[in-house]
Design a protein around this ligand. Structure first.
Ligand SMILES: [Zn+2]
Length: 201
């Protein structure tokens, strides 16, 4: 699986990653020069609060901190023999809650870790978003315009976070036979363009 990603991403991704690191360290220098003793007032500002994420808790270490970014305080990646890698919640969410916002590299081609933002435009995040498993009756919905996952069902600690890949992808990077167990499981998951064809046939 990983080999395919590298074929698709290649050296351009490595270069981008390097460039991002430079930008972040520059940003951190600016932040530290402006660092102040926190007061009740500064702590109440959302952006100030984000800078208080403990070291090591950020998944997106190469990116600037941003509101509603996923952290290890709220999520964990687990590796299950049958399910494979997936993202679980460590805290509960209610329907309508923002679960997290994601970021990534913009690519013109799909990889195993991309979601489609527009035809020919994909966001790649192998860290967090790319670990979300598919379900035909998922517990989250994805808004690609704001890169936001919202809960569509109650989510409990240790639940796998799931989305419907056919809600974003015209055609999947790799189609698969779904075994999500939902009563209305659609079986072969290929992409929404095939789904639309089926609906009008
Ligand atoms: Zn299914």
């Amino acid at each position: 699986m990983v080999h395919l990603m590298f074929l698709a991403g290649g050296s351009a991704a490595a270069f981008l990653g390097f460039k991002l690191f430079e930008d972040v360290s520059e940003n951190e220098r600016k932040l530290s020069s402006r660092r102040r003793v926190p007061t009740a007032k500064t702590l109440s500002k959302p952006n100030e609060a984000k800078t208080s994420i403990p070291a090591g808790a950020r998944f997106y270490e190469a990116w600037k901190p941003f509101p509603d970014e996923p952290t290890r305080q709220h999520f964990n990646i687990i590796d299950d023999e049958t399910m494979g890698q997936g993202l679980i919640a460590l805290v509960p969410f209610q329907p309508g809650d923002t679960v997290f916002k994601f970021t990534g590299k913009i690519l013109s081609e799909q990889t195993l870790y991309t979601l489609q933002e527009a035809p020919g435009r994909y966001v790649e995040d192998p860290m967090v978003m790319g670990k979300i498993l598919h379900s035909c009756d998922p517990n989250m919905e994805c808004d690609m315009t704001t890169r936001t996952f919202r809960a569509r069902k109650p989510i409990s600690p240790n639940d796998y976070l799931t989305m419907d890949y056919e809600s974003t992808e015209d055609e999947l990077f790799r189609s698969f036979q779904c075994r999500c167990g939902a009563p209305d499981c659609r079986g072969l998951i290929r992409g929404k363009k095939f789904r639309n064809t089926n609906l009008t046939a």
